[in-house]
Every structure is written in C-alpha cells, then in structure tokens.
Design a protein around this ligand. Structure first.
Ligand SMILES: NC(=O)C1=CN([C@@H]2O[C@H](COP(=O)(O)OP(=O)(O)OC[C@H]3O[C@@H](n4cnc5c(N)ncnc54)[C@H](O)[C@@H]3O)[C@@H](O)[C@H]2O)C=CC1
Ligand SMILES: O=C(O)C(=O)Cc1ccc(O)cc1
Length: 312
C-alpha cells in the first residue's frame, strides 16, 4: 500500500509522467503535484491531465509533500535540492530517478535538512522518448528499481519508498551507489555511447554510399539508431556525472576491441571463434538462469560478476 499522500514530481518528462500514470493505475488517491522549468512544458502537462495540480515553481510543488521525486536531468539536481530545501516538510522523503548515483548524492545531500530523508533511486526502465506526452503506466512493470540509501537512513523510510515502487510495478533492490555506477556503466552507459558512435560512423559512411546505410540496415543497427535517438541533455549529464566508471569500462572495451581488430587483421580465426563462443555462453547462461533479455536482469547478472568498486 502506498503510504504517501502528496507526491511532488519535479521535472515533467518521460519518467515523471510514467510515475503519475502508474500511480493512477495503482488507485492512488492522494495529490500528485508536478512542475517543470518551462511554462510550455507545464502547460502541456496540464493539458495531458496526469497531475492533480501543476505548480509554478519547485518550491511551491514540494510545499506539503511527503514524497518529493526529482525527475530532471542529472546535472540540474543539486541546484533543485538547494532551491527546495527551505520548503521541505519535516518527515518528508526526497528521492530521485537519475541514471547515476554518486554524483547526485554529492550534489543533493548537503542541502537536505535534518528530519528529511534523502533516498536516491533509479528505475531501470525507459525509452528513447522524452517529454510529458511520452509517459505510460506500464513503463516500470517487472523492471528493477534500485535504491542506494545512505548510511543511517531509517529502514522504515526505505521500505516505504520500496513499497511505492512496487505499487508502480517495479521489483526493488538496494545497492551501494558506487557499485551501481560501475554496473550501469557496463549495462547502459557505455552501450549508449557505442550506439551514438556507431550511428555517427554510419552517418559519415552514408555520405559515400548515399542511402545504403538506411536501405539495408539490419535489426542490430536499427536498435542502435533507436538508442542514439535518446535525449541529448540527459545523456550528456550521464557521461559528465559518471566519468570515472564510464572511462574504466570504456578502457576495458577498447582493449578487447583492439584484440579483436588484431585477430581480424592477422586472420586469427581461433581467437574470434573462442571469443564469440564465450559471449554466446554468457547470453545462454542468462537465459538458463531464468533471466531474459531485459536490461535490468542483465544488470543483476553483471552485478554478480563485477568486483565491488574500490574506494577512490
Ligand atoms: N529516459 C530514460 O530512459 C530514463 C531516464 N532516467 C533518468 O530520469 C531523469 C529524467 O529523465 P526523463 O524523464 O527521460 O527526461 P525528460 O527529458 O523526458 O524530462 C525531463 C524534465 O526535466 C525538465 N528539466 C530539464 N532541464 C532542467 C533543468 N535544468 N532544471 C529543471 N528542470 C529541467 C524538463 O523540462 C522536463 O520536464 C534523468 O535524470 C535520467 O537520467 C532514468 C531511467 C530511464
Ligand atoms: O531505452 C533503452 O533501451 C534504455 O536503456 C532506457 C534506459 C535509459 C537510461 C536508464 O538509466 C535506464 C533505462
């Protein structure tokens, strides 16, 4: 059962509008007060009608809220926390949905007043679409939502937030924030960077081959173009705020790529065959373990394999 009575959604885009739709589907009868930076977005959200009320400012939206969810690009979250701090109600929970966790914790927690819990979160669910019209109630169904609570946070507050995400359809788990950032660098951030790069390469090539890249693109490349259509501001902020883990995984990726490049150049078919046999076994292992292709499950699979990130 959802224990909150007044949910404030800061930022009105894919994730926040999906939260509102999923709340309504769950029968939530409390208040959903949303706000966004631009008047045009606020008007669009008001017309779509998924909030009880649209507030003009972040401070107005959080006034009286017992759950505040920051749903903006990662780079904006610290400034928003500073802005809302004086208006937060004692006993409220502040959470976020950002794709990285350590930098958000650094930016947000110094502003959270005593008596308010900050519990960082990340629903591992999304699409390449953005804006208030892109949300839908089923987005979080059977997807993981990872909470990365800070030391000393009351278990009851964490459980309350976990129950909230379960009511939206999610499976909920907790994780150490730096481990989260490393796992997500492998399963989401670097794959997005690769997709962005591959589409850029194809675009260069297309100038030579005219429309062949589009005409003959296979399913794999089409998936790359879908991912590479994701919101530029959001992904700029992800990479700038998960720099260390992204560079670590990108370094490993580049080493493996060079080894494959060398195998192709030298005609080392055994190396290629062994490598592809190994990766196929990984994929089949995921399926045999009852975890299908969904990224969140793959995330857990990788989490089990990666060593915990060493403190920097
Ligand atoms: N899109 C996805 O697939 C997923 C996104 N996330 C995370 O969720 C958060 C929101 O993402 P989406 O809903 O996809 O974004 P979106 O682009 O659909 O919506 C973002 C909202 O934030 C507002 N905003 C933008 N810049 C702002 C600023 N500087 N100050 C205040 N408000 C600002 C926008 O007006 C918009 O209302 C991001 O932090 C992202 O990392 C998490 C899981 C999946
Ligand atoms: O659309 C896709 O394939 C995604 O990978 C969605 C996504 C994007 C960012 C996240 O932090 C979590 C999920």
């Amino acid at each position: 059962m959802i224990e909150y009575k007044h949910v404030a959604l800061l930022g009105l885009g894919l994730i926040s509008s999906s939260i509102a739709h999923a709340l309504r589907r769950a029968g939530f009868d409390g208040k959903i007060v949303g706000t966004a930076r631009s008047a045009a977005t606020r008007q669009q959200a008001a017309a779509l009608g998924f909030c009880t009320r649209i507030a003009e400012t972040n401070r107005e939206a959080v006034t009286g809220a017992d759950l505040v969810i920051i749903c903006t690009p990662v780079g904006a979250m610290g400034g928003i926390a500073a802005e809302i701090a004086p208006a937060l109600s004692p006993g409220a929970t502040v959470t976020d949905v950002g794709s990285v966790k350590c930098r958000i914790i650094e930016a947000v927690s110094p502003h959270i007043p005593d008596g308010v819990d900050f519990i960082p979160g990340h629903p591992l669910a999304g699409t390449e679409h953005s804006g208030p019209a892109s949300g839908f109630a089923e987005l979080f169904d059977n997807r993981w939502c990872l909470l990365t609570p800070l030391e000393g946070t009351e278990t009851a507050a964490i459980e309350r937030l976990g129950t909230f995400w379960q009511a939206l359809g999610s499976r909920v788990d907790t994780m150490d924030p730096s481990h989260h950032d490393l796992v997500l660098a492998v399963t989401s951030h670097v794959p997005h960077l690769i997709a962005y790069t591959m589409v850029g390469v194809a675009d260069d090539l297309q100038r030579v081959t005219e429309s062949e890249v589009v005409n003959y693109s296979a399913a794999g490349f089409r998936d790359f173009t879908r991912i590479a259509a994701s919101d530029p501001t959001m992904w700029r902020d992800v990479f700038l705020n998960n720099k260390e883990a992204t560079l670590e995984i990108l370094g490993r990726f580049t080493e493996e790529l060079f080894a494959l490049q060398r195998a192709i150049r030298t005609g080392d078919g055994d190396h290629l065959h062994d490598y592809f046999t190994h990766t196929r076994a990984i994929r089949r292992g995921i399926i045999d373990a009852g975890q299908d292709t969904a990224a969140p499950d793959f995330g857990r699979f990788v989490a089990a394999k990666l060593p915990p990130k060493e403190p920097s």
